[in-house]
Design a protein. Sequence first.
Length: 420
Amino acid sequence: MGVVKILILGSGAREHAIITALLAEEEQHDIVAAPGNAGIAQDVRVEAGLDPLDGQAVTEYAIENGIELVVIGPEAPLVAGVADPLRTRGIPVFGPGKAAAQLEGSKAFAKRIMDAAGVPTGRAVRAETLAEAERALDEFGAPYVVKADGLAAGKGVLVTEERAAAVEHATHWLRHGGVLVEEFLDGQEVSLFLVSDGHDVLPLSPAQDYKRLLDGDAGPNTGGMGAYSPLPWLPDTFVDEVIETIALPTVRTLAKEQTPFIGLLYCGLIVTDRGIRVIEFNARFGDPETQVVLPRLVTPLSSLLYAAATGGLGGMPRPEFALDTAVTVVLASEGYPEAPITGRPITGLAEAAGVPEVTIAHAATARDESGALIATGGRVLSVVARGTSFAEARARAYEALHHIHLEGAHYRTDIAARVS
Ligand code: AMP
Ligand code: GLY
């Protein structure tokens, strides 16, 4: 494939990691991001005024600017249906349309598809009233799992031993759309990304995300505080099993329902002692897992995204990955996840990026009037390091973090600590 004119929608570390991977290819693609962030703007052109949620505006922009591939990073534009008008106009787009994005946008929809596809998942009850929720809580017992039925930026899920806390969470989310009560699944979590063209899928390398805020998996759930890849403790048959029992049945069921899934099928899995179970699907690359999966990808990323967008994955070999390791640690603002304090200056990034094999993906950064870098949200940066061992990658990531200063910022100190 030659040089491609690519528009990336989004403004997070995931999008920055996608852009970094595209820029690392031999072909010098013409890349533009909307709206991007301060880190992305250092690497490619940004269209800060283009609203990624406005499908009409994005489509007009793509046509006027001869865009050959649109990559939709975050869930919000996917669930809003931004892919649909693009596809209608014949523009290749990596990201499912509104209907298939419900796989992430509605947990109840996802459960229905999983049932139809025979995909192994935990038992779940969708509650309309508090009485129904309480009945389900008592049926499944502790630990309790209560989920908001809709997009909640990683914060809609509560896993707790406390029945009262579970009831309170259910009460809150019943007022905001609906609640799912689930059976607790015990085991290691795996994020497996599959590129899908609506019929065929190709797997990327598995990763593990650290969802809890604090060391030792304490504290509330977040969007993700760190990740590593690959997962040396997985059996060799794992990826094939997920493809055969989960990814392909799901993609085929969606195709049969006339809502083909074109984009990134994110399988959030738990490896229980009774087998692999799906805890969630997402309709896009995971954040921060993307930051550790893409740096190790040897196959040009653009070839995978373009083939998926144009229905051509069938004849392609599986993507290849480097044999080294990658670790990412997320630097978060004071107050994240409840009430992050924003607007504070960030310094030391040049020194941090000077640590061997370290790259920094920006998540929530901007420039103030004086041009200084400031934090604009909860998850601010993803420090990514590669190494020949996890110990080496970890040491590099934390060395880089020591150079970065953001008042009140915090990060987990145990990312990939127990992997070898
Ligand atoms: P989700 O947004 O559905 O991925 O849930 C966020 C996190 O909550 C997951 O990464 C798990 O750590 C945890 N979780 C979700 N569902 C379950 C479940 N059924 N059993 C155990 N843990 C769960
Ligand atoms: N890291 C979890 C997610 O992207 O949903």
